[in-house]
Design a protein. Sequence first.
Length: 286
Amino acid sequence: MQTRIIDGAALARRLRSELRDRAAELTARGYQPGLVAVRVGEDPASKVYVRTKMKASAEVGLHSEHVELPAATTETTLLERIAGFNRDPRIHGILVQLPLPPQISADNVLRAIAPEKDVDGFHPYNVGLLATGRPRFVPCTPAGVMAMLAAEEIALEGREAVVIGRSNIVGKPMAMLLLQKGATVTMCHSKTRDLAVHTSRADVLVAAVGRPNTVREEMIKPGAVVVDVGINRLPDGKLVGDVAFESALGKASHITPVPGGVGPMTVTMLMANTVLAAQLASESVS
Ligand code: NDP
Protein backbone atom coordinates (compact mmCIF):
# COMPACT_ATOMS: atom_id res chain seq x y z
CA MET A 1 0.00 0.00 0.00
CA GLN A 2 1.17 3.46 -0.90
CA THR A 3 1.05 5.54 2.31
CA ARG A 4 -0.04 9.14 1.90
CA ILE A 5 2.08 11.51 3.98
CA ILE A 6 -0.18 14.31 5.21
CA ASP A 7 1.60 17.62 4.72
CA GLY A 8 0.60 19.65 7.79
CA ALA A 9 2.83 22.55 6.82
CA ALA A 10 1.08 22.97 3.44
CA LEU A 11 -2.39 22.79 4.97
CA ALA A 12 -1.31 25.25 7.67
CA ARG A 13 -0.17 27.71 4.99
CA ARG A 14 -3.51 27.43 3.22
CA LEU A 15 -5.54 27.94 6.39
CA ARG A 16 -3.35 30.88 7.48
CA SER A 17 -3.99 32.61 4.21
CA GLU A 18 -7.78 32.27 4.82
CA LEU A 19 -7.31 33.52 8.38
CA ARG A 20 -5.36 36.52 7.09
CA ASP A 21 -8.41 37.51 5.01
CA ARG A 22 -10.77 37.10 7.97
CA ALA A 23 -8.41 39.07 10.23
CA ALA A 24 -8.20 41.88 7.65
CA GLU A 25 -11.99 42.05 7.47
CA LEU A 26 -12.25 42.30 11.28
CA THR A 27 -9.48 44.89 11.36
CA ALA A 28 -11.39 46.99 8.84
CA ARG A 29 -14.38 46.92 11.20
CA GLY A 30 -12.22 48.06 14.14
CA TYR A 31 -11.65 44.61 15.63
CA GLN A 32 -8.11 43.68 14.75
CA PRO A 33 -7.69 40.31 16.47
CA GLY A 34 -5.21 40.69 19.33
CA LEU A 35 -3.18 37.95 21.01
CA VAL A 36 -0.93 38.24 24.05
CA ALA A 37 1.57 35.52 24.90
CA VAL A 38 2.89 35.45 28.44
CA ARG A 39 6.04 33.52 29.25
CA VAL A 40 7.47 33.15 32.75
CA GLY A 41 11.09 32.07 33.22
CA GLU A 42 13.73 30.86 30.83
CA ASP A 43 12.55 27.45 29.59
CA PRO A 44 14.30 27.16 26.19
CA ALA A 45 11.51 25.13 24.53
CA SER A 46 8.92 27.69 25.70
CA LYS A 47 10.96 30.48 24.14
CA VAL A 48 10.95 28.67 20.79
CA TYR A 49 7.19 27.97 21.00
CA VAL A 50 6.32 31.59 21.84
CA ARG A 51 8.59 32.90 19.07
CA THR A 52 6.87 30.59 16.56
CA LYS A 53 3.43 31.77 17.73
CA MET A 54 4.40 35.44 17.48
CA LYS A 55 5.75 34.91 13.98
CA ALA A 56 2.50 33.22 12.92
CA SER A 57 0.50 36.09 14.48
CA ALA A 58 2.37 38.62 12.38
CA GLU A 59 1.84 36.50 9.28
CA VAL A 60 -1.92 36.40 9.86
CA GLY A 61 -2.09 40.14 10.66
CA LEU A 62 -2.93 39.96 14.35
CA HIS A 63 -2.05 42.59 16.90
CA SER A 64 0.35 40.64 19.11
CA GLU A 65 2.10 41.28 22.38
CA HIS A 66 4.76 39.20 24.05
CA VAL A 67 5.24 39.51 27.81
CA GLU A 68 8.33 37.97 29.37
CA LEU A 69 8.37 37.72 33.14
CA PRO A 70 11.28 36.61 35.34
CA ALA A 71 11.35 33.06 36.77
CA ALA A 72 10.83 34.45 40.31
CA THR A 73 7.47 36.09 39.39
CA THR A 74 4.81 35.43 42.03
CA GLU A 75 1.41 33.96 41.24
CA THR A 76 -0.24 37.19 42.44
CA THR A 77 1.77 39.26 39.96
CA LEU A 78 0.91 36.95 37.10
CA LEU A 79 -2.78 36.93 38.06
CA GLU A 80 -2.77 40.75 38.10
CA ARG A 81 -1.28 40.86 34.62
CA ILE A 82 -3.93 38.43 33.38
CA ALA A 83 -6.70 40.52 34.96
CA GLY A 84 -5.32 43.51 33.03
CA PHE A 85 -5.44 41.62 29.73
CA ASN A 86 -8.96 40.37 30.54
CA ARG A 87 -10.02 44.06 30.61
CA ASP A 88 -7.96 45.18 27.59
CA PRO A 89 -10.24 45.58 24.53
CA ARG A 90 -7.29 45.24 22.10
CA ILE A 91 -6.63 41.72 23.37
CA HIS A 92 -8.97 38.89 22.28
CA GLY A 93 -6.74 35.95 23.13
CA ILE A 94 -4.54 35.31 26.17
CA LEU A 95 -1.98 32.58 26.05
CA VAL A 96 0.12 31.62 29.06
CA GLN A 97 2.93 29.37 27.92
CA LEU A 98 3.31 26.24 30.06
CA PRO A 99 5.19 25.00 32.02
CA LEU A 100 5.15 27.63 34.76
CA PRO A 101 7.71 27.84 37.59
CA PRO A 102 6.85 25.75 40.68
CA GLN A 103 5.65 28.68 42.83
CA ILE A 104 2.79 29.31 40.35
CA SER A 105 -0.25 27.03 40.06
CA ALA A 106 -1.02 26.48 36.37
CA ASP A 107 -4.56 25.58 37.40
CA ASN A 108 -5.15 28.93 39.11
CA VAL A 109 -3.64 30.80 36.18
CA LEU A 110 -5.67 29.01 33.51
CA ARG A 111 -8.88 29.63 35.49
CA ALA A 112 -8.05 33.33 35.77
CA ILE A 113 -8.15 33.82 31.99
CA ALA A 114 -11.57 35.12 30.90
CA PRO A 115 -13.24 32.15 29.12
CA GLU A 116 -14.01 34.37 26.10
CA LYS A 117 -10.26 35.08 25.74
CA ASP A 118 -9.12 31.51 26.46
CA VAL A 119 -7.78 30.74 22.98
CA ASP A 120 -5.89 27.67 24.22
CA GLY A 121 -9.22 26.17 25.30
CA PHE A 122 -7.92 25.09 28.71
CA HIS A 123 -10.39 26.94 30.96
CA PRO A 124 -12.86 24.55 32.65
CA TYR A 125 -15.74 26.48 31.04
CA ASN A 126 -14.43 25.79 27.53
CA VAL A 127 -13.54 22.21 28.48
CA GLY A 128 -17.15 21.84 29.63
CA LEU A 129 -18.50 23.23 26.37
CA LEU A 130 -16.40 20.72 24.45
CA ALA A 131 -17.45 17.84 26.70
CA THR A 132 -21.12 18.71 26.27
CA GLY A 133 -20.84 18.83 22.49
CA ARG A 134 -20.95 22.64 22.03
CA PRO A 135 -17.26 23.39 21.43
CA ARG A 136 -16.13 27.03 21.27
CA PHE A 137 -12.36 27.26 21.81
CA VAL A 138 -10.98 23.77 21.26
CA PRO A 139 -7.40 23.02 22.40
CA CYS A 140 -5.17 23.75 19.44
CA THR A 141 -3.41 20.42 18.90
CA PRO A 142 -6.51 18.20 18.71
CA ALA A 143 -8.29 20.93 16.71
CA GLY A 144 -5.38 20.82 14.27
CA VAL A 145 -5.61 17.03 13.99
CA MET A 146 -9.34 17.26 13.24
CA ALA A 147 -8.68 19.88 10.56
CA MET A 148 -6.12 17.57 8.95
CA LEU A 149 -8.51 14.61 8.98
CA ALA A 150 -11.24 16.80 7.47
CA ALA A 151 -8.93 18.14 4.76
CA GLU A 152 -8.02 14.55 3.84
CA GLU A 153 -11.74 13.65 3.81
CA ILE A 154 -11.18 10.82 6.26
CA ALA A 155 -14.49 9.36 7.40
CA LEU A 156 -14.81 8.96 11.16
CA GLU A 157 -18.40 7.90 11.72
CA GLY A 158 -18.61 4.32 12.92
CA ARG A 159 -14.87 3.81 12.74
CA GLU A 160 -12.55 2.63 15.50
CA ALA A 161 -10.37 5.44 16.80
CA VAL A 162 -7.64 4.83 19.35
CA VAL A 163 -5.92 7.69 21.17
CA ILE A 164 -2.73 6.98 23.08
CA GLY A 165 -2.25 9.60 25.81
CA ARG A 166 -4.83 11.16 28.13
CA SER A 167 -3.47 14.61 28.88
CA ASN A 168 -5.85 17.55 29.26
CA ILE A 169 -4.22 19.39 26.38
CA VAL A 170 -4.06 16.60 23.79
CA GLY A 171 -5.40 13.13 24.57
CA LYS A 172 -8.69 13.91 26.33
CA PRO A 173 -9.94 16.66 23.98
CA MET A 174 -8.78 14.56 21.02
CA ALA A 175 -10.94 11.66 22.19
CA MET A 176 -13.95 13.96 22.72
CA LEU A 177 -13.66 15.41 19.22
CA LEU A 178 -13.42 11.97 17.61
CA LEU A 179 -16.41 10.84 19.66
CA GLN A 180 -18.42 13.83 18.45
CA LYS A 181 -17.72 12.78 14.87
CA GLY A 182 -19.25 9.38 15.59
CA ALA A 183 -16.09 7.32 16.01
CA THR A 184 -15.92 4.54 18.57
CA VAL A 185 -13.10 5.80 20.74
CA THR A 186 -10.64 3.94 22.95
CA MET A 187 -8.21 5.87 25.15
CA CYS A 188 -4.90 4.28 26.08
CA HIS A 189 -2.33 5.48 28.62
CA SER A 190 0.59 4.32 30.70
CA LYS A 191 -1.57 1.88 32.66
CA THR A 192 -3.03 0.22 29.55
CA ARG A 193 -2.14 -3.46 29.78
CA ASP A 194 -1.56 -4.46 26.17
CA LEU A 195 -1.28 -1.41 23.97
CA ALA A 196 -0.93 -3.40 20.73
CA VAL A 197 -4.28 -5.19 21.27
CA HIS A 198 -5.98 -1.79 21.10
CA THR A 199 -3.86 -0.09 18.45
CA SER A 200 -4.14 -2.98 16.02
CA ARG A 201 -7.95 -2.48 15.94
CA ALA A 202 -7.66 1.21 15.10
CA ASP A 203 -8.88 2.63 11.80
CA VAL A 204 -7.60 5.97 13.11
CA LEU A 205 -4.68 5.92 15.53
CA VAL A 206 -3.51 9.05 17.32
CA ALA A 207 -0.27 8.86 19.30
CA ALA A 208 0.30 11.62 21.88
CA VAL A 209 2.76 10.15 24.35
CA GLY A 210 6.17 11.77 24.09
CA ARG A 211 8.20 8.58 23.63
CA PRO A 212 9.86 7.52 20.36
CA ASN A 213 8.87 4.16 18.86
CA THR A 214 5.74 3.83 20.99
CA VAL A 215 3.88 2.75 17.84
CA ARG A 216 5.70 0.17 15.75
CA GLU A 217 4.72 -1.37 12.45
CA GLU A 218 3.23 -4.54 13.97
CA MET A 219 0.86 -2.41 16.11
CA ILE A 220 -0.78 -0.75 13.10
CA LYS A 221 -3.84 -2.16 11.34
CA PRO A 222 -3.24 -2.32 7.58
CA GLY A 223 -4.80 0.75 5.97
CA ALA A 224 -5.07 2.74 9.22
CA VAL A 225 -4.74 6.51 9.39
CA VAL A 226 -1.86 7.26 11.77
CA VAL A 227 -1.56 10.68 13.40
CA ASP A 228 1.70 11.31 15.22
CA VAL A 229 1.40 14.12 17.76
CA GLY A 230 4.58 13.29 19.69
CA ILE A 231 7.65 15.48 19.51
CA ASN A 232 10.84 13.89 20.79
CA ARG A 233 14.42 15.05 20.45
CA LEU A 234 16.91 12.22 20.03
CA PRO A 235 20.44 12.46 21.50
CA ASP A 236 21.78 13.34 18.02
CA GLY A 237 19.41 16.35 17.92
CA LYS A 238 16.97 14.83 15.41
CA LEU A 239 13.23 15.43 16.00
CA VAL A 240 11.01 12.37 15.83
CA GLY A 241 7.44 11.52 16.76
CA ASP A 242 5.99 8.62 18.74
CA VAL A 243 5.58 6.41 15.66
CA ALA A 244 8.38 4.44 14.00
CA PHE A 245 7.74 6.40 10.80
CA GLU A 246 9.75 4.46 8.21
CA SER A 247 8.30 1.12 9.25
CA ALA A 248 4.75 2.48 9.08
CA LEU A 249 5.18 3.43 5.43
CA GLY A 250 3.46 0.82 3.30
CA LYS A 251 1.23 -0.30 6.17
CA ALA A 252 -0.76 2.84 7.03
CA SER A 253 -3.01 4.50 4.45
CA HIS A 254 -2.09 7.97 5.76
CA ILE A 255 0.50 9.23 8.22
CA THR A 256 1.53 12.60 9.60
CA PRO A 257 5.29 13.26 9.63
CA VAL A 258 7.33 14.80 12.46
CA PRO A 259 8.31 17.54 11.92
CA GLY A 260 5.90 19.09 9.39
CA GLY A 261 2.72 17.32 10.48
CA VAL A 262 0.65 18.24 13.52
CA GLY A 263 3.07 20.94 14.80
CA PRO A 264 2.34 23.66 12.19
CA MET A 265 -1.38 22.93 12.50
CA THR A 266 -1.31 23.51 16.28
CA VAL A 267 0.01 27.04 15.82
CA THR A 268 -2.50 27.68 13.04
CA MET A 269 -5.39 26.67 15.28
CA LEU A 270 -4.20 29.19 17.87
CA MET A 271 -4.50 31.84 15.17
CA ALA A 272 -7.95 30.49 14.24
CA ASN A 273 -9.12 30.64 17.86
CA THR A 274 -7.87 34.22 18.21
CA VAL A 275 -9.67 35.30 15.04
CA LEU A 276 -12.81 33.55 16.34
CA ALA A 277 -12.47 35.33 19.71
CA ALA A 278 -12.27 38.70 17.94
CA GLN A 279 -15.25 37.82 15.77
CA LEU A 280 -17.33 36.82 18.80
CA ALA A 281 -16.29 40.04 20.54
CA SER A 282 -17.39 42.07 17.50
CA GLU A 283 -20.74 40.25 17.39
CA SER A 284 -21.39 40.75 21.09
CA VAL A 285 -21.51 44.54 20.62
CA SER A 286 -23.16 44.71 17.21
P1 NDP B 1 1.82 14.28 28.69
O1 NDP B 1 3.14 13.87 29.22
O2 NDP B 1 0.98 15.22 29.47
O3 NDP B 1 0.94 12.97 28.43
C1 NDP B 1 1.50 11.81 27.90
C2 NDP B 1 0.48 10.71 27.92
O4 NDP B 1 1.10 9.53 27.42
C3 NDP B 1 -0.04 10.38 29.32
O5 NDP B 1 -1.44 10.28 29.29
C4 NDP B 1 0.63 9.05 29.64
O6 NDP B 1 -0.17 8.20 30.44
C5 NDP B 1 0.79 8.44 28.27
N1 NDP B 1 1.86 7.47 28.23
C6 NDP B 1 3.12 7.58 28.71
N2 NDP B 1 3.82 6.45 28.50
C7 NDP B 1 2.99 5.60 27.87
C8 NDP B 1 3.12 4.30 27.38
N3 NDP B 1 4.26 3.62 27.52
N4 NDP B 1 2.06 3.71 26.79
C9 NDP B 1 0.90 4.38 26.65
N5 NDP B 1 0.72 5.65 27.08
C10 NDP B 1 1.74 6.24 27.69
O7 NDP B 1 2.11 14.83 27.23
P2 NDP B 1 1.24 15.76 26.26
O8 NDP B 1 -0.11 15.18 26.07
O9 NDP B 1 1.37 17.15 26.67
O10 NDP B 1 2.08 15.59 24.92
C11 NDP B 1 2.27 14.33 24.30
C12 NDP B 1 3.30 14.46 23.20
O11 NDP B 1 2.81 15.37 22.23
C13 NDP B 1 4.64 15.05 23.64
O12 NDP B 1 5.66 14.47 22.85
C14 NDP B 1 4.53 16.52 23.30
O13 NDP B 1 5.78 17.11 23.05
C15 NDP B 1 3.72 16.42 22.03
N6 NDP B 1 2.95 17.63 21.72
C16 NDP B 1 2.97 18.03 20.43
C17 NDP B 1 2.27 19.12 20.03
C18 NDP B 1 2.30 19.49 18.61
O14 NDP B 1 1.92 20.61 18.28
N7 NDP B 1 2.69 18.60 17.70
C19 NDP B 1 1.50 19.93 20.99
C20 NDP B 1 1.44 19.34 22.32
C21 NDP B 1 2.16 18.24 22.65
P3 NDP B 1 -0.56 8.54 31.98
O15 NDP B 1 -1.63 9.57 31.89
O16 NDP B 1 -1.02 7.24 32.50
O17 NDP B 1 0.70 9.05 32.63
